[in-house]
Design a protein around this ligand. Structure first.
Ligand code: G3H
Ligand code: 13P
Ligand code: ZN
Length: 327
């Protein structure tokens, strides 16, 4: 498998068919981020068991962490494992938040079936030009492309502003038409990480997402697949377990399941989840470490962490995104 690798040779699919079915069926495809073997195993096992299509999502940091060559074989192995389990779920391998044309090209050349070019921090014109360039490389190879309009705030992030730059619905038609992208991430009030909303006291509700913006986007580009980033619920049980076992995660609040269910019924065809997986793994490991100070076999804490991740993913597919039993 030297030189360029075509995603179909790895048994992967792009997101086109997945999104069409999700749009027609009123549910969202889960995009779970992973960095290591246990996370990948958990995603595959949970999605096979819940009969859900899935997008395996890799950030540029994750690609560096895992090693790009190993990653290709991990994806191939994931597909083979899925088949051995008797599953037949569609699996896409997607670059999350690609920031340059070169990175997108490199991922395409090494077996990814889908890429995100995130030019959301550029001007509208530069964002469009960059997305168009990626599409021109991707589409002849049958790779799907996601772009982003609007900027998600991260209140823990000292680089970007604390203010969300909501997507301007009046920009979406021109962007989609001129770039030819296959899906569009929009900013309607979510943000990345565990600290999504500024809350003052315990039990305080997070502000609702801007469904009015989503609806206006849907009106302007009917039937076009929309992507929701920053969609972890920041599961309170995990945060509590972490804090009860020596961790320190304060005032962390995520997107409510009801808001996610509403989004999944709309033109939102892809929902991105990373932080909840990180919290699940950390909660289990912290608890085991605290309760078993003599334990030093990684399988004894990574194994249970993987089990918790499987449980969490199945729950989300079945009860939140609605992607379970769709294949
Ligand atoms: O949206 C970002 C993802 O959660 C990936 O995060 O760059 O730390 O891998 P990362
Ligand atoms: P969370 O941090 O809410 O899990 O969002 C992940 C994400 O959007 C990855 O692109
Ligand atoms: Zn994201």
């Amino acid at each position: 498998m030297a030189g360029e690798t075509k995603y179909s040779d790895l048994g992967l699919v792009n997101t086109k068919e997945m999104f069409k079915k999700a749009m027609d069926g009123g549910y969202a495809i889960p995009a779970y981020n992973f960095n290591n073997m246990e996370q990948l195993q958990a995603i595959i096992i949970a999605c096979v068991e819940s009969k859900s299509p899935v997008i395996l999502q890799v950030s540029s940091g994750a690609r560096k962490y895992a090693n790009q060559t190993l990653l290709k074989y991990m994806a191939l192995g994931a597909v083979e494992m899925m088949k051995e389990m008797g599953g037949n779920i569609p699996i896409a391998l997607h670059l999350d938040h690609g920031d340059t044309y070169e990175l997108c090209k490199s991922c395409i050349d090494t077996g990814f079936s889908s890429v995100m070019i995130d030019g959301s921090h550029h001007s509208f014109e530069d964002n469009m030009a960059l997305a168009k360039k990626v599409v021109e490389y991707a589409h002849p190879r049958d790779i799907t492309v996601e772009a982003e309009l609007g900027v998600l705030a991260g209140i823990e992030d000292d680089v970007s502003s604390e203010v969300t730059h909501y997507t301007k619905p009046e920009e979406v038609e021109e962007f989609v038409e001129k770039t030819g992208v296959d899906s569009l991430a929009i900013s309607i009030g979510t943000s990345h990480g565990a600290y999504k909303f500024k809350v003052v006291g315990p039990g305080e509700e997070a502000p609702p997402l801007r469904f009015d913006i989503l609806e206006e986007v849907e009106r302007r580009i009917p039937g076009f697949p929309i992507v929701l980033h920053g969609a972890s619920s920041v599961v309170p049980e995990y945060v509590d377990t972490i804090n009860a076992n020596g961790g320190k995660i304060e005032n962390a609040v995520g997107v409510s399941e009801d808001q996610l269910r509403r989004a999944a019924r709309s033109a939102v065809c892809k929902i991105n989840i990373d932080s909840d997986g990180r919290l699940a793994v950390t909660a289990v490991i912290r608890k085991i470490m605290a309760e078993n100070p003599a334990e030093f076999d990684p399988r004894k804490y990574l194994g249970p962490a993987r089990e918790e991740l499987i449980k969490m993913i199945k729950y989300k597919n079945e009860n939140v995104l609605g992607s379970a039993n769709r294949v």
